[in-house]
Design a protein. Structure first.
Lengths: 293, 240
């Protein structure tokens, strides 16, 4: 059993080195694909972070009716807290709002000196955590008794959600295109190996080697290419992000780039798993189609 | 034992390669299958190695009907048959030793067993001193002896040699045939497909001649008719 495994691994590595030119081409292109894929994901991740920050800043103001008792206001507060998609809930009485206005006016605060706090309405201010569930959350808020008016920025929120959806859609298809390109290249590499070893494969068949035994080195070849490309892509991605992407995003002025260390485990596992999967699927096609065992 | 019973093979293009063939080759027998090219000899080999199946009739090899085997069972079936080809089919990038060991390694054998049996097979074919050579440094006869060693390395019950002397000189042809004879004396059935009538006559073994996909001549039938008291061997009768 161990002898067989050693023989298969040896054969797989021999295949990889024998077609070294095509192997280098496969590893290079798959590495580039993974780096592009990783870069797109990191850019989308940064934009998502930015969108979340905007979401946090776009507060919703809930004006309550004027004649409510303290108990009724407490009840509204409790209802708001019971809605899971709402965060940063703050109660602002009309006198607190007046003070905020005065503060914002600075030296001109005297303009509001004679203004009665009753001019303003008591209100709650809060954020929506998940903007995708915006409508559903607002609907739940509207059902609470004692609410006079909800001041929301539906248009802004909808635009943010649209941008997020477009980015997700684009990144998905960019990733898919690159995955397909990588698979085609690995398929060709393994196909060449299969052709180069046509006589050996034929002999293996004649002496009674099982299908799995004949196919295994070619699957391994795909996995070796995939894992090597994944490993190279991890190192390159760190360099590209820290020296190219992060400075560009930072220069835009409104994005505070995330630290790559915070997503390092995702990048390492993601690239190695993606490389192995793309390698396996890429080699599966020629193994099944051209091996004809 | 190999049994062709009313076997017919018609290819997709309509060519009838074998036409109601009836042959029995007993365990340990040495048989020549002769005939001109296109007679149907290669089709017989393809049926025996399970590369193809009969259109009609029944083929039984070592008690197994290849037609009924599932895809997963075919490798095990093939381990019972060693095949030798006219063009040797050695892997040029492997040494003589590795060419023979390869046949064992790909069926999951390894370690000392490989070394022991390859060494013994090389001794049998008289090529121990060439173990580290590459096939292109060997003569045609030596290459065919390596191919023979590879064919017997997994201890098959049957050896099928397809024109084994086609690419070697007459002197080496005799050596190859003697080797096959030695292998046969160890209890392995040997089926030699050839069109070299001189070789057949020199070795005085059973000959089955195929012409136009039919058995035109079988020395076993002649022997049976000459001595009717002997139990019939060889060709299967239609009422068998």
């Amino acid at each position: 059993m161990i002898d067989s495994i050693i023989f298969l691994i040896k054969t797989a590595f021999k295949n990889v080195f024998k077609n070294w030119l095509l192997t280098i081409a496969s590893i290079s292109i798959l590495s580039v694909c993974l780096i592009v894929l990783g870069s797109v994901m990191l850019i989308v991740g940064n934009i998502n972070l930015f969108i979340d920050e905007i979401g946090d800043e776009s507060q919703i103001v809930l004006f309550i009716e004027e004649d409510l008792t303290v108990d009724e206001i407490t009840q509204i507060s409790d209802r708001l807290h019971s809605i899971s998609n709402i965060g940063n809930i703050n109660y602002k009485s009309n006198s607190m709002i007046l003070e905020e206005y005065k503060e914002s006016l600075g030296e001109d605060a005297w303009l509001f000196e004679d203004l009665d706090a009753e001019t303003f309405r008591n209100s709650f201010v809060f954020n929506i955590k998940d903007l995708e569930k915006y409508d559903q959350t607002i609907y739940e808020v509207e059902k609470i008794d004692g609410i006079a008016k909800i001041k929301e920025r539906r248009d802004v929120i909808e635009r943010i959600v649209d941008i997020k959806d477009v980015l997700t859609f684009l990144s998905f298809w960019i990733v898919m295109i690159f995955v397909i390109i990588s698979m085609v290249i690995i398929t060709n590499s393994v196909k060449v190996s299969v052709y180069a070893k046509k006589q050996e494969i034929w002999l293996m068949k004649y002496v009674g080697a099982t299908d799995a035994f004949i196919e295994a080195p070619y699957f391994m070849e795909g996995i070796i290419i995939g894992l090597t490309a994944g490993f190279i892509a991890i190192i390159s991605q760190i360099y590209v992000y820290n020296n190219v992407l992060s400075p560009i995003l930072s220069d835009l002025g409104f994005i505070n780039p995330l630290n790559i260390d915070s997503v390092m485990s995702v990048i390492v596992i993601g690239f190695l798993v993606a490389g192995a999967i793309i390698g396996t699927i890429g080699s599966a096609y020629p193994v099944k189609k051209y091996l004809n065992v | 034992m190999i049994l062709f019973k009313n076997v017919t093979k018609v290819y997709k293009n309509g060519t009838k390669a074998l036409d109601n063939i009836n042959i029995r080759i007993n365990d340990g027998e040495f048989v020549f299958i002769t005939g001109h090219s296109g007679a149907g000899k290669s089709t017989m080999i393809h049926l025996l190695t399970c590369e193809d199946t009969p259109t009609e009739g029944k083929l039984v090899v070592n008690g197994v009907e290849p037609k009924k085997l599932s895809r997963r069972q075919i490798p095990k079936y093939r381990r019972g048959i060693g095949v030798v080809f006219q063009d040797f089919r050695l892997i040029p990038t492997m040494t003589v030793y590795d060419n023979i060991a390869f046949a064992m390694r790909v069926v999951g054998k390894g370690g000392r067993e490989v070394k022991r049996r390859v060494t013994s097979a090389l001794e049998l074919v008289g090529l121990s001193h060439k173990a580290k050579e590459y096939p292109n440094h060997l003569s045609g006869g030596e290459q065919q002896r390596v191919a023979l060693a590879r064919a017997i390395i997994n201890s098959p019950q049957i050896i099928i040699a397809d024109e084994p002397t086609g690419n070697v000189d007459p002197q080496m042809s005799i050596e190859i045939m003697k080797l096959l004879n030695t292998i046969n004396k160890n209890g392995i059935s040997v089926v030699v497909v050839t069109h070299e009538q001189a070789l057949v006559e020199a070795f005085k073994k059973r000959e089955i001649r195929i012409e136009g996909g039919k058995v035109s001549f079988d020395t076993a039938d002649n022997a049976a008719s000459e001595d009717s008291e002997q139990p019939q061997r060889g060709r299967v009768q239609s009422n068998d």
